[in-house]
Design a protein around this ligand. Structure first.
Ligand code: GAF
Length: 409
């Protein structure tokens, strides 16, 4: 890790201090954490029942707290987000009535997990949340909050950790119902099942997860934050999902996982041109992800890097979820000797890039990105084809704080 990212112990300590300040000096009895993720390849394939290849990060969300006697809940976040109040108080409905989403928006992840994670009644509790996963950075801050909250609820009821797949599925439901994002299963799945030193090849149809070793000391995975914040609940993510469903149905398939490029060519005249492009991305990306996992297993990093670049180009040109800053970060990284590949990661419309490189090239890669990126600043930020203005675009500057280094060892 580099930059000013707090360690897991520092986060726990900060959350514990806050809890003790707020709740009369009592120490919290429960402490849980769950990681964010970076997706190496396989983007927008999970909700098409395809393959994804993410890895869990040392960037985490922690929840500390204690159960209370009544039905009242107080949750406080120490994570910086100037836009919203840091504290929420609500009562758990006694009659099994639903816990409706509301404001602040971050609390909807907590409410959604309470709703879907366990059979009611959930006891009241007080908790403090702290996170090192950047908000809106495409590294799955929401899934890490859901999964840490899920773990907190289970421990507070003294249940054993049980079935991890059900936990991930419940957290995905929380995101659908309480955050309004019809996401796939990738983020929650890797947050719950991720394993140190490994990426996870997830078959999003069978939910089989195969760890792929990623502990070569000669290899570095560099995450670069464009600082363009994304928001997946806006219209573009659901629209992409709808296009995929329409394409599958026009080909007589239950999902794009079952479609081939030949199917797409044959059914092309039953879809508009945009839908064809979306489907082509997904069909080819599913295949690329399987090939990339195989290349990684064999240590064929050049091949892996080539597939990463193909994936980025497809997300930019066919799926249209990249933006100028992400494209520029990718091109600049690819100029450096020793870089195998680079691509945008996560849902898109801002967020981060992920770059695979030789460990010996890390210094010059960071320097090159810092000195080159965004030098060609245009008016504001432009998603390709300007379909969706990124949220809260900060001035395009690179500083060491924006570079989170996660080596695979
Ligand atoms: C977001 C979603 F939450 C995931 O399910 C996935 O679809 C991803 O975007 C794109 O690959 O992170």
């Amino acid at each position: 890790m580099a930059g000013s990212v707090p360690t897991v112990s520092e986060l726990f300590a900060a959350a514990r201090r806050r809890y003790e300040q707020l709740f009369g000096g009592d120490a919290p009895l429960i402490a849980v954490c769950a990681p964010g993720r970076v997706n190496l390849i396989g983007e927008h394939t999970d909700y098409n029942q395809g393959f994804v290849l993410p890895m869990a990060l040392p960037l985490v969300t922690v929840v500390v707290g204690s159960q209370t006697c009544g039905r009242d809940v107080t949750v406080v976040t120490v994570t910086e987000d100037a836009d919203e109040p840091h504290r929420v108080d609500f009562s758990l409905p006694a009659d099994g009535a639903p816990l409706a989403p509301g404001l602040p928006r971050w609390a909807n992840y907590v409410k959604g997990v309470i709703e879907h994670y366990r059979a009611p009644p959930v006891p009241g509790f007080r908790a403090v949340i702290a996170s090192s996963v950047p908000l809106g950075g495409g590294l799955s801050s929401s899934a890490s909050l859901e999964c840490s909250q899920g773990g907190f609820l289970i421990i507070s009821e003294m249940e054993d950790d049980g079935d991890k797949v059900s936990k991930a599925l419940a957290c995905q439901q929380a995101e659908h119902s309480h955050a309004g994002v019809p996401c796939g299963i990738m983020d929650q799945f890797v947050s719950v099942l991720g394993r140190e030193g490994h990426a996870l090849l997830i078959d999003c149809r069978s939910l089989e997860a195969t760890p792929v070793p990623l502990a070569d000391p000669g290899l570095i995975i560099l995450i670069t934050n464009s600082n363009v914040k994304h928001s997946l609940s806006s219209s573009e993510y659901p629209l992409r999902r709808r296009h995929c469903e329409e394409a599958a149905s026009a080909m007589g398939k239950s999902s794009l996982r079952d479609a081939t490029m030949k199917d797409l060519e044959e059914a092309g005249d039953r879809m508009d041109e945009v839908t064809v492009r979306r489907a082509r991305h997904v069909i080819e990306e599913i295949e690329r992800t399987v090939q990339a996992a195989e290349a990684l297993r064999r240590g064929e990093y050049k091949e892996f890097g080539r597939l990463m670049v193909e994936s980025h180009n497809s997300l930019r040109d066919l799926y249209e979820v990249s933006c100028r800053e992400l494209d520029e970060l990718v091109s600049v990284a690819l100029e450096v000797e020793g870089v195998y590949g680079s691509r945008m990661t996560g849902g898109g419309f801002g967020g981060c890039t992920v770059t695979l490189l030789q460990a010996g090239s890390i210094g010059r890669t960071i320097l090159h990105i810092q000195s080159s990126a965004f030098l060609t600043t245009a008016e504001g930020s432009s998603n390709n084809n300007s379909r969706e203005a990124p949220q809260d675009h900060k001035e395009p500057q690179l500083s060491p704080r924006m570079l989170n280094l996660n080596s695979s060892d």
